[in-house]
Structure formats: C-alpha cells, structure tokens
Write a protein that binds this ligand. Structure first.
Ligand code: HEC
Length: 127
C-alpha cells in the first residue's frame, strides 16, 4: 500500500506538469494576440469603433494617424501633434474649419465623442 504522503506528492507533481504543459501549449499561439492587442486601461470595442469611423468617414484621406494606417496630407497629422485635445477634435469634427468639412450633420454626438476618444488614445504624443 503506497503511503498517503507519497501518492499526494506524485499527484501534485503530475498536476504541476499538466499546468506547465497547458501554459506552454497556449503560450505558443493564442496568448501572443490578446497581449499585443490590449492597451492599458483599454476599451477595445470603443477603440475599434473609433477607428472604423476614422476610416469610413474620410478622416484618413486628409489626416495621418499610424494606428489607423492613415497617411493623408491635406490636414494636420495627429501623431506628435502638440495642439491636439479632445475638445479641439470634437469642435473641428462637428463644425469643420477652412478645408476641413463639418461632420456634425453626418455623425452623431456619440460618434464624434467616440472618434475623439479614439484619436486621443492612439495618437503618438508630441516630443
Ligand atoms: C477633405 C479633407 C479633410 C477631411 C475628410 C477631414 N479633415 Fe480634419 N482637417 C482638414 C484640414 C485642411 C484641417 C485644417 C483646418 C484649419 O485649421 O484651417 C483639418 C483640421 C482638423 C483638426 C484640427 C487639427 C489641428 O491640429 O488643428 C482635427 C481634430 C480634425 N481635422 C479632425 C478630423 C476628423 C476626426 C475627420 C473625420 C471625421 C476629419 N478631420 C476629416 C481636412 C480634412
């Protein structure tokens, strides 16, 4: 009859092996993705929605923003733009200015907030 202490040791050893194998198996493939996609304090669904608005409403064709793959050169770049603020984005997007069209008639206030939050979150800080 094996002693209870010995069989407990064997069992916990096996359990540890099992966990190690599981971590190794998962770590190889699927863990890399959520880690790189997650932003600190991020609300990924809202960011995705903001990125969609940015792309679908033509912001990307006039403004550059790395996160959205945007390279427009008509308006100011959003990466490393020291003048950028949430209020400015909401105001320009709602009312336009000069060559910048107003989007207040096409986008709801919520959508404008979403795209403003998105830009503030992903734009590279000014140096
Ligand atoms: C047809 C080109 C065009 C499109 C489309 C466009 N913009 Fe602009 N945007 C401009 C131009 C030009 C300016 C500069 C206006 C000025 O200051 O006279 C500007 C300015 C801005 C500014 C102020 C930036 C700064 O540093 O002064 C923000 C914020 C902005 N746009 C956001 C957006 C967003 C968000 C969208 C999409 C919903 C968008 N723009 C779509 C051309 C465009």
């Amino acid at each position: 009859v094996p002693s209870p202490a010995l069989s407990a040791t064997v069992k916990s050893g096996l359990a540890a092996l099992g966990i190690a194998a599981l971590v190794a198996g998962v770590g190889g493939v699927s863990m890399a993705q959520p880690q790189s996609a997650a932003k600190p304090g991020g609300d990924d669904a809202a960011l995705d929605k903001g990125r969609d608005i940015f792309t679908n409403y033509g912001c990307a064709s006039c403004h550059s923003l790395d996160d959205a793959g945007a390279t427009g050169r008509v308006g100011p770049a959003f990466d490393e733009n020291s003048g950028l603020s949430r209020d400015l984005i909401v105001d320009r997007t709602t009312n336009g200015q000069g060559m910048m069209p107003a989007f207040g008639g096409q986008l709801s206030k919520d959508e404008i907030d979403t795209v403003a939050n998105y830009i503030m979150k992903v734009a590279k800080p000014a140096k």
